[in-house]
Design a protein around this ligand. Structure first.
Ligand code: ATP
Length: 144
């Protein structure tokens, strides 16, 4: 890694979104803990994460035992189960983790995440659409 500061990331939820974040951070030389409740998913990441673990993100004891407090960033990438996403985010903020980034499913999910202190709320499709429109507009079509 070319003089980039090495950071510690925990990625919760290894679907397309969380999985791509995990792989990319790891390939950039960062320390990445990959977490999912599905063991088959977790097994897919043994070569593309520093550590992998099967855990339920809404289980406070499990999160604590992973030492998740020590991570610079935790990224919550749970999609369909909005309740689990909210509860996991709440637990992580109660643990005083400074940077909790969370994928939101919709406007209402966003509002709740905002209330409970998520540090960055991500709408992947919307943000990617904006980025592509900007690239198209500036004609840097080959640049993404
Ligand atoms: P994608 O990123 O592929 O679009 P998605 O938005 O459809 O994903 P899901 O497939 O619902 O989201 O969840 C993403 C991942 O999060 C899955 O691999 C799932 O097993 C994991 N996951 C869901 N709930 C929990 C939980 N409570 N604890 C840990 N992992 C979870």
């Amino acid at each position: 890694m070319a003089k980039r500061e090495k950071k510690q990331f925990a990625v919760i939820g290894l679907g397309r979104f969380g999985g791509s974040i995990c792989r990319e951070l790891y390939s950039m030389g960062h320390e990445v803990l990959a977490i999912d409740k599905n063991a088959d998913k977790v097994n897919e990441f043994t070569a593309t994460a520093t550590h992998t673990v099967v855990a339920e993100a809404t289980d406070e004891k499990a999160l604590t035992s992973l030492g998740i407090r020590n991570f610079d960033y935790v990224i919550v990438c749970i999609g369909e189960d909005i309740q689990a996403s909210i509860l996991a985010t709440l637990l992580l903020k109660e643990m005083d983790i400074k940077n909790v980034w969370v994928k939101a499913q919709n406007h209402y999910h966003h509002k709740v995440l905002d209330k409970i202190g998520a540090d960055r709320i991500i709408h992947p499709e919307y943000e990617m659409g904006m980025r592509i429109a900007q690239s198209l507009s500036s004609e840097k079509v080959v640049d993404f």
